[in-house]
Structures are given as C-alpha cells and as structure tokens.
Ligand binder design. Structure first.
Ligand code: FE2
Length: 351
C-alpha cells in the first residue's frame, strides 16, 4: 500500500507536518520565511527586465498615427508607453521607471497638471514646441533635457508648424510602489507665463544666484539643460582626452546649487563616444535607459548586440554587462534610478 509506505517515510512525515503547520498559520496571515528566504535574499541582483530597443525609424510612423486617433487635449498626454518586453502591461521600462514617446502636433496643447511623480523630457524630433514649468516657458530643441520635478505644474504646447516627439521618463513605478501618488489638474489649459525662457538656467546655473533666493535643494532649479549648452562641453572633454574607457566623454547633469543629481529619484548623463570607440564592459545596479542623440553604433547588453542610430531608445537591465561601440562620433543620453539607489546606500558598480 503506497499510502501506508509513504506515511511511514520519516521525510514524508516531516513534510506533511510542515504543510499542516503552514496551513494552520496561514489562517492567521502568517507564512514561513524559510520557504522564501533564497528568493527574497539572492546572492546577486536578479532582474525581471530584459534588454530592448525601440528604433525611431520603426516606431515614428506609429507614434504619428496616434494623432489621427486622439487629440493631445483629449488624451491629456498623447504618449506611447515603451514597455519592457518582459514587463508588458505594467507601463514600465524597468521596475522603477516609466518611459514613453510623446507626440504634440502643431497647434495642440497638453493641459496643465502636477503630480508627485517627477518627469523628464528628452527631445528627439521637432523644433520649437514648448513646455511650461512653474511659470517658465521653455522652447525645446533636439537633445534638450527638460525637468518637471515632483509637484511642479507643467503644460505643453506646439505653436510651430511641425510635430514634435520627445521621450518622457518618469519615476511612476517608484512613486506607486510607495503608494504615495497625488495629482492635480489645473482649471486652465496653460499656466500663466511669469518668467522668460532660460531664466532658471541663467539664474541658477551661471555661477551666481539672485541674492536672497530661496532655493529648493532636493532637485535642480533649472528647467531646461539645453543641448546647445551641454554638447560643446563634451567636445571640450574629447579634445582634452577626458574619455572614460567604458562611458566615453561623459557629463552628469547636476543640480548647480548642490552639485548633486538633478532629482532624488532619477539621474541623467550625456556621453560622447568618439568615432571608432570600443568601450570596455560595465555593469551597475541601476537599469539604464539610453537615447542615441547623434551618430551610429552598437551596444552589447548581456548576450545581445543592439545597433542604434539617432532617435533610438534602448534599455540595459540592472546588473547586466553592457559595452558601447561607435561607428561614427556619437552622443548617448542616459537616465536611471541611480540617485535613489545611492540615497538608500544600495548602488553598486563593477568595472
Ligand atoms: Fe505630467
């Protein structure tokens, strides 16, 4: 009799006794840690993300098609979310970050609102549409890096005759993980403009500040880190030979008041890879989103190589090795949750 034999088996008895115990404690909403310990405390980061790329030449037409289906005003934000292929349906590109391609057509506005999630825009295509942030209306060009920090009122508009597409990155999954999201919609579509375009960069990123200014330290006061200002700095680094073997000639977008990251939850960098650059491999615990601003090259992530050119967005998951190569002189923008990990004391890297 199989049942009698197995119940006589001491191993079976132990398992049966444990299971009966688990069933009893489960009724009191308790569970044994020892059954999950290895899963909860792994020896190394195990990511659920996979590397992925969205090539601009493939997706631009689909982004444009959305203009025929819904207006920016009706959609509130007309965005195609870039979902990590392993995290479909979760509106995220990594576990902590959301990314999407936003389209704003000539004459359209995206109404004013604010939320506890912080956002950045990185301009990919088009010229001269605006984002207003806390009273400063900034007109945007490709390569510009625009901040709309936690609770900053923002709206967008396009007074040009050309569509504009940019990459939005938000810390939505992080804020929703904390279940700390608030949002508010303003009555008017566009907030009043109180400051001139470029005021925040002039006032806070020029080595002087308005005397007596009250400055928020947790995030940068600068609204638009323009490509026109940042790109020549990469050129200076390249000429000076300041080229990292893994990252190229790279700057970190900084809060000019503190020197720290631009936001507590997201940090960004801009790197120039000289023509023929063959980067050494690198990994860190922050899953990183890249945008090719100019040039042409390829990045191997894990076992896969992703060829990229201008406008392409790709993602390297946490703790996966990646290495860049540039067939032409190239510029890569990157953004990750590194400031949050550093603040928590958990960020690590390996050369
Ligand atoms: Fe928003």
């Amino acid at each position: 009799m199989a049942a009698a034999e197995s119940s006589a088996d001491p191993k079976h008895n132990v398992q049966a006794a444990r299971q009966a115990y688990y069933d009893r404690i489960s009724k009191y909403d308790m569970a044994p840690l020892w059954e999950k310990l290895r899963q909860l405390v792994g020896d190394e980061p195990k990511t659920q993300c996979v590397p992925a790329i969205w090539r601009f030449r493939d997706v631009k037409a689909m982004v444009m098609e959305s203009a025929d289906l819904i207006s920016a005003k009706e959609a509130e934000r007309r965005v195609l979310v870039l979902e990590n292929p392993a995290l479909r349906g979760q509106s995220r590109i990594t576990q902590t970050l959301y990314a999407g391609l936003q389209l704003i057509m000539p004459g359209e506005t995206a109404p004013a609102h604010r939320h506890t999630a912080s956002a950045i825009r990185f301009i990919i295509d088009g010229e001269g549409a605006y984002t207003s942030v806390e009273g400063e209306r900034t007109f945007m060009s490709p390569g510009d890096f625009v901040l709309t920090a936690n609770w900053a009122t923002h709206d967008h508009g396009n007074t040009t005759d050309r569509p504009m597409i940019w990459l939005d990155v938000l810390d939505l999954p992080t804020i929703n993980f904390f279940e700390a999201m608030f949002a508010e919609h303003l009555d008017e579509d566009s907030q009043p403009v109180r400051r001139a375009d470029g005021d925040s960069a002039a006032f806070y990123a020029s080595g002087v500040v308005p005397d007596g200014a009250q400055i928020a330290l947790k995030r940068s006061p600068v609204v638009n880190y323009t490509y026109a200002r940042t790109r020549p700095i990469l050129e200076r680094m390249r000429k000076g030979g300041d080229i990292d073997k893994r990252h190229g000639a790279r700057v970190r977008y900084a809060n000019p008041v503190t020197g720290g990251w631009v936001m507590p939850t997201m940090g960004a960098q801009l790197a120039l890879l000289p023509c023929g650059f063959k980067g050494e491999s690198y990994r860190s615990t922050d899953g990183t989103i890249f945008v090719c601003v100019e040039g042409e090259g390829a990045t191997s992530i894990g076992e896969t190589e992703f060829a990229w050119s201008a406008g392409d967005v790709f993602v390297a998951p946490p703790w996966q090795r990646y290495a860049h190569e540039a067939a032409k002189e190239s510029v890569l923008f990157s953004i990750s949750d590194r400031p949050a990990q550093e603040a928590l004391g958990i960020w690590r890297e390996i050369d």
